[in-house]
Design a protein around this ligand. Structure first.
Ligand code: FDP
Length: 293
């Protein structure tokens, strides 16, 4: 199954072909390096390697005007203006949840294809997806047409679900950050959710969001007392995941509005992230104040 826009299809084909290679290349690259990413977080060797591999390949695609990554301070100009027709900007989190490499737990790669110069609103996304490096390597891809799940092997992608939809009856939840650092209103909301759903938290957003897409429920990384903007990045994490979950019939929110409507100020802006079944996200918006809005 291919995507009708040839540039978007090339981006997706490049990322899905690279995924098996990235998975293999994690071996021997689990150690941390003496560097921090632009958000001040410790990088592992694999973060830098996967960013270089994807950056080189994606920048070489005709029609990719900009490449940006969680691991780079600035947007890379690849020789085209995303304001022009058939030119896009690609934002990537090369290894989401890379702190899970040490303990050998699931993690992923996230990407968003924006029809606008970065930083951009999520509403300008034309496609977004993630690779999950679990027991099997899978890709969930959302476009304007559909949300599809693939299995990836040796450069090939095989459809396993043509129409990924969030189940109506929610089952699981996962919330990031330390409980004592959660604002009171979010703590109250979480207490209520604990009575209704089953905890599934693995420490990599991709793994946790994939559980929500599979079983129904809610994933959240809220604004914290110590950091009201939360931890996750809007361009690389919040927008693509919001787009995927909304296309699959759910909702996304920064506590106040859809993640896709948030106006970015900076490429590395952080935002509270909540995605899942509509009723659960709406209830959260009723109860929790977004302190950065
Ligand atoms: P990581 O730092 O390992 O890259 O975006 C970062 C992220 O992981 C998410 O994948 C994950 O949901 C979150 O941070 C985990 O944060 P905590 O360690 O605070 O739970």
């Amino acid at each position: 199954m291919t995507v009708s826009d040839p540039v978007v299809e090339s981006v997706i084909a490049t990322i899905s072909r690279s995924a098996t290679e990235i998975r293999q290349g994690l071996i021997g690259r689990r150690g941390t390096v003496d560097e921090e990413n632009p958000s001040g977080e410790t990088q592992v060797e694999a973060d830098i390697w996967a960013d270089e591999l994807l950056g080189d390949r994606l920048a070489g695609i005709d029609g990719v005007g900009q490449y940006a990554s969680e691991e780079r301070a600035e947007v890379e100009d690849c020789g085209g203006d995303p304001a022009m027709e058939d030119v896009y900007a690609v934002a990537v989190d090369p290894l989401d949840g890379s702190s899970n490499l040490k303990s050998n737990n699931a993690m992923g790669t996230i990407f968003g294809v924006y029809d606008a110069a970065l930083p951009a609103r999520g509403e300008t996304l034309v496609a977004a997806g993630y690779i999950l490096y679990g027991p099997i390597t899978t890709m969930v891809l959302a476009t304007e047409e559909s949300v599809t799940e693939y299995e990836l092997t040796g450069g090939e992608r095989t459809v396993v679900d043509r129409d990924v939809r969030l189940p109506d009856e929610p089952v699981v939840y996962g919330f990031g950050g330390r409980v004592p650092d959660w604002p009171d209103d979010f703590q109250e909301y979480a207490r209520e959710i604990e009575q209704e759903l089953k905890l599934r938290y693995g420490g990599a957003m991709i793994g946790d969001v994939n559980q929500v897409l599979t079983y129904g429920g809610i994933f959240g990384y809220p604004g914290l007392e110590s950091r009201p903007e939360g931890k996750l990045r809007l361009q690389f994490e919040g927008n693509p995941i919001g787009y995927i979950v909304e296309r699959a019939g759910g909702r996304s929110s920064d506590g106040n509005q859809s993640l896709l409507s948030v106006d970015p100020d900076d490429l590395h802006d952080r935002t509270p992230v909540h995605v899942g079944n509509s009723e659960l996200v709406e209830r959260l918006e009723d109860r929790v104040e977004n302190r950065i809005a």
